[in-house]
Design a protein around this ligand. Structure first.
Ligand SMILES: Nc1ncnc2c1ncn2[C@@H]1O[C@H](COP(=O)(O)OP(=O)(O)O)[C@@H](O)[C@H]1O
Ligand SMILES: [Mg+2]
Length: 259
């Protein structure tokens, strides 16, 4: 397992909605429960809401809020979520529509300042790897700049082979270090029949064809009223940390601890 894991991780996904935030929050909550000095970052987000923080109004993303609550982070929003647009669009489109291009040099600086404050930083990307951020750079370039091992979050269901293998090929051609793949059931399992067979067989195919470590499979969780939206965060944090502890490979988690 990659011995660079204890500097942090860049969490990307095969798509939007695959569970990057849930996985990143589970990892952050687990690190926090282990007493690690973990920071979190959602460098670029869209679909943010206006909020008052420390006396000034800014646009903050829901994902960034999740990560901050999961890690109980105390860092300023300018470091945790330096770029956030209100329109829930692809970042380049949102940036063009409000004439505020993404300055990747500033995002990189925010990451470096955050990394200096923490032993490890869990970073959630946006969309998938080839989502453009400027006319020149994509999420892949952002991950390259951060020089963190990449975790790819994938759907377990039918259709995942193409998306997962394409994403892995993309990471490899950019020579990015790949920590492995986490399968996350953002949607309930397919029940019986071929859908179920696909879910059971896809991870092994991806492990062999993608020559990649499978770091775990997170099941679909019924966020109840007790642990879902509106639930106290102490409870949700526990549930997220348990998801990581129960469903992710122990040697992967040990790598985050640096042991
Ligand atoms: N394992 C899971 N169990 C239940 N719901 C999940 C799970 N993973 C993700 N979800 C839900 O699916 C939706 C998309 O997940 P999210 O983490 O926001 O994806 P992404 O960050 O990749 O866009 C959210 O509503 C989230 O609560
Ligand atoms: Mg997200």
């Amino acid at each position: 397992m990659n011995n660079e894991l204890n500097r942090g991780l860049f969490i990307t996904g095969t798509d939007t909605g695959v569970g990057k935030t849930v996985v990143a929050a589970a990892l952050a909550a687990w690190c926090r429960a282990q007493g690690l000095n973990v920071g979190v970052m959602k460098p670029i987000a869209t679909g943010g809401h206006r909020a008052r923080t420390a006396g000034s109004a800014r646009v903050i993303s829901k994902d960034a809020r999740w990560l901050v609550r999961a890690a109980q982070a105390q860092d300023p929003w300018t470091l945790v979520n330096p770029v956030c647009y209100q329109e829930p669009l692809a970042p380049l489109t949102a940036a063009r529509r409000c004439r505020q291009p993404i300055r990747l040099d500033q995002v990189q600086q925010a990451f470096e300042r955050l990394a200096a404050r923490h032993d490890l930083v869990i970073v959630e990307g946006i969309g998938g790897l080839l989502v453009p951020l400027t006319w020149q750079a994509s999420v892949l370039d952002l991950a390259k700049g951060f020089r963190l091992p990449v975790v790819l979050v994938s759907r377990p269901q039918l259709g995942t082979l193409n998306h997962t293998l394409l994403s892995l090929a993309c990471l490899r051609s950019a020579r990015l270090p790949v920590a492995g793949v986490i399968f996350n059931a953002a949607r309930p399992s397919s029940g019986r029949g071929p859908g179920r067979v696909a879910e059971h067989t896809n991870p092994e195919l991806i492990r062999r064809l993608g020559r990649v470590a499978i770091l775990g499979r997170i099941p679909h969780v019924a966020w109840s009223a007790r642990s879902g939206a509106g639930a106290p965060w102490a409870r949700r944090r526990r549930q997220l940390a348990q998801l990581a502890a129960r469903h992710l490979a122990s040697e992967f988690l040990a790598g985050l601890r640096g042991s």
